[in-house]
Design a binder for this molecule. Sequence first.
Ligand code: NAP
Length: 296
Amino acid sequence: MQSSTSLSEKICIVTGANAGIGKATALSLARMGLTVVMVCRDPSRGKSSQEEVIAKSGNSAVDLMLTDLSSQQSIRHFVEAFKVKYQRLHILINNAANFDLSLKEPTLTEEGVELIFATNHLGPFLMTNLLLDILKTSTPARILNVASKGLVAHPRLAIEFDDLNQTKRKRYSPSHAYYHSKLAQVMFTYTLAQKLQGTGVTANCIRVPAVAVDIGRLGNVPRILLSLYRLKMRFSITPEDMSKTYTYLATAPELEGISGKQFDEHHNEVDSSKPSRDEVAQQRLWQVSAQLTGLM
Ligand SMILES: NC(=O)c1ccc[n+]([C@@H]2O[C@H](COP(=O)([O-])OP(=O)(O)OC[C@H]3O[C@@H](n4cnc5c(N)ncnc54)[C@H](OP(=O)(O)O)[C@@H]3O)[C@@H](O)[C@H]2O)c1
């Protein structure tokens, strides 16, 4: 189905839009004339990024709305406020993620879920589900979830249904929690795409490779990790480069109707691990996620 809505009439949400790839994508979409809702958790970081995007794009239709993706209550408030302000939503980019490698033990959110799983999987799961009605009335519409190329190094990683909070491990690993949450996003994308068949809303997943991160944002990570990050930078692409892929997947007419796929930074369709394609596990993950977010 070809879109009859011109780009300048399209409304999109980018989460985690005050930094890195999210901010670069907000700018790229704003430059194309779309209405961009930058979803951020921190008012002052959000405000200065919004001002920067408006100034650089010359597009004043760039809004800032606040939500903390680790808090289900905050997501519910955001969705309510969004639906009061906007009657349509054509593109949802679930970009925000927590990869705080300084975490030494599982931190539980106000809803009792481990912080990384809550932010990177349950948050986007809840937000997407609460926005499905408005996406379905704005077709053709697209949902983009964000995974990681690092998952390639974890081909046997499966959803740990008996330890979603990562409390049973000998030693908590934020890196393990991060890849576990990203695997969940890949599996969520596949189930979502299936459930959305025939609705005019598509769901795809982006496999992000090493992308430069602002070192100043890393906070209290040990020196050794800082050195590793600096080393990683040498092999990283820029957030602006990566935002080109996000923008392409969000807007390219030739991708209309394409759903349930994972794409790399070159826009190529790429396969995901065997455990991620386990349909029984996908269904189970959906059910557990719906239970944990109060959707059933
Ligand atoms: N960079 C890489 O090498 C790499 C590799 C694989 C995948 N990815 C994925 O690419 C995406 C973007 O990463 P990036 O490199 O652009 O990272 P980044 O520069 O650190 O940006 C992350 C964004 O997520 C936001 N965020 C974090 N926790 C949040 C929460 N609880 N609620 C709302 N927003 C929250 C951050 O906001 P604050 O400013 O408030 O923290 C920030 O805007 C992520 O999904 C990441 O997992 C990145």
